[in-house]
Design a protein around this ligand. Sequence first.
Ligand code: NAP
Ligand code: ZN
Length: 351
Amino acid sequence: MTTQAYGATAAHQPLEPIAIERRAPGVDDVQIEIAYCGVCHSDLHTVRSEWGGTLFPCVPGHEIVGHVSAVGSGVSDVRVGDTVGVGCMVDSCQHCAACTEGLEQYCENGFVGTYNGPTPDAPGHTLGGYSQRIVVDRKFVLKIHHPEAQLAAVAPLLCAGITTYSPLRHWGAGPGKKVGVVGIGGLGHMGVKIAHALGARVVAFTTSPGKRQDALDLGADEVVISRDAEEMKAHTASFDLILNTVAASHSLDAYTALLKRDGTLVLVGVPANPHPSPSISNLIFKRRAIAGSLIGGIAETQEMLDFCADHGIVSDIEMIPIEKIDEAYDRMLKGDVKYRFVIDSATLATV
Ligand code: NAP
Ligand code: ZN
């Protein structure tokens, strides 16, 4: 079915209206009319080909919420009219060790990203949520139990929410643990909310003094301006876990120094250029670790959505019409968003 979308035909080009084709729903497919789509920094990295390997035309968007408009004959767990979400993945092999454990994001045969992933559908790579509708295998469709009025603010949970929830859970954020969140952007502000709800003591690290009060309001117990060496030093060797969401290359040493013995710095930000090689003595003298984490599996994404619904957690958003997407990217690069742009997908009807 012809579907209005918005995307780029080449790197460094502004996004523009593009008509795309969505497949007719197969036996196991769910067709979704998209209501809102969050704007992740990964969309910007991809559409501007900062990581390389972007296939054009590129239609980004992997924080998708909407309503089911058709289902295949093999789909019984969602019905037409249901409110659902789609995150960063639309398929995986389903039989490797990772998929069997519900860790589709680490699929040994490669998961299929919601955009820029391999697919038999035209044009040969997946096209994401900056579009009016999407057709997705039922196994990758999430159920949303938040009130309908919060739907736009739920969209960012599908990437920013799960990307912070998964490492916080994996490394045991909870009561008695001191957890840092570095970079108060789309991911970071969700990390603060979720770590707080999990019961951890939360310290937000920001380069933006203007975000200090906001970070406290989001649930941080304390805020550190990361460019202030004295403020940083006060937290030396005190953290169990630090989650680093920063989308730009920077020295990690100032953060590893803040970890306790056996503490972990988890990188989730994926800057276009690598971080400088970290200090080894910072690591070995306290058996500290630097780790990475990628989104989260489908079962864990559902767990996160249900946890957020139970705790009244949504994203802090600024809604935009699709025509403002390039302006939104430029503002996101300046840290000028509180704290996630969300596209009102209804505006695609008039482009
Ligand atoms: P974002 O909204 O732009 O937030 C990034 C934040 O990092 C900014 O708000 C800013 O916070 C801080 N920052 C930016 N530039 C900085 C610099 N030069 N020095 C220090 N701090 C800086 O981006 P996002 O959507 O949260 O995404 C963050 C990163 O995570 C991106 O690289 C994205 O691709 C990646 N990501 C990874 C996964 C995964 O599975 N691992 C999933 C989604 C996204 P302050 O103003 O508070 O300093
Ligand atoms: Zn994302």
